[in-house]
Design a protein around this ligand. Structure first.
Ligand code: 5RP
Length: 219
């Protein structure tokens, strides 16, 4: 079974969390795309979606699925999205696709966050995957210095602008011993819009696609 088949299996399993009349928060990335494609089959069951990126909004609309403005919806029952790394504590690194800010907003307003991934994303400790931070352009060097002072190797994601018009700085070599504390700390750096650590509000359910089926972890 290849990684795509495992992602698809996790995405298909997440469809069982969708209930009649839901407005569903939808994430970004290749695993979320499998979820979107599956959601298309049950689109008549839901009242619409809120997308965490322009790319996902476009894919949803191409399937004839309504994409709503979060400001007109308020709280959501369900958010389904992928991750770059996940622990058994359901702490995540997200933002490999650069959509972390909208992802964090949608996660925050959702009663249940179901994270979908292939099994390779499960780690004992976060940080092998470079931690993405969305940064206001004028603060790029300030944020870089602060990250370096914390022991990381910051690298600007070249040629990339977020849906919000900002930069992504990927922080390598981070020792993320305490994800909750690290998220709080990095949130304090002026110019950081969003840190790709999802620990203060992690996932509620983690669905991991593997060769022997989908494993479900709950917080
Ligand atoms: C996008 C994300 C994605 O969820 C994360 O990068 C995982 O992507 P994929 O499902 O393609 O492996 O956080 O900003």
């Amino acid at each position: 079974m290849n990684a795509d088949a495992m992602k698809q299996a996790a995405a298909e399993a997440a469809l069982s969390y969708v209930e009649i009349g839901d407005v569903v928060g939808v994430g970004t990335g290749s695993t979320a795309n499998f979820f979107i494609d599956g959601l298309a089959r049950i689109k008549n069951k839901i009242d619409g979606t809120v997308a965490s990126s322009e790319a996902s909004a476009q894919r949803l609309r191409a399937h004839g699925i309504a994409v709503l403005d979060l400001n007109q919806v308020g709280e959501l029952p369900l958010y389904v999205d992928g991750a770059d790394e996940a622990t058994r504590h359901l702490h995540l690194i997200k933002g490999g696709g650069g959509a972390l800010t909208r992802e964090k907003i949608v996660a925050q307003v959702s009663a249940r966050f179901v994270c979908i991934a292939d099994r390779s994303k499960l780690v004992a400790r976060l940080g092998a995957f470079p931690l993405p931070l969305e940064v206001i352009p004028m603060a790029q060097s300030l944020v870089g210095r602060r990250l370096a002072a914390l022991g990381a190797l910051p690298q600007l994601r070249a040629g990339f602008t977020t849906d919000n018009g900002n930069l992504i700085v990927d922080a390598r070599n981070f020792d993320i011993d305490n994800p909750v504390e690290m998220e709080r700390r990095l949130n304090q750096i002026p110019g950081v819009v969003t840190v790709g650590l999802f620990a203060l509000r992690g996932a509620d359910v983690l669905l991991l696609g593997g060769a022997d089926g989908v494993e479900e972890l709950r917080g």
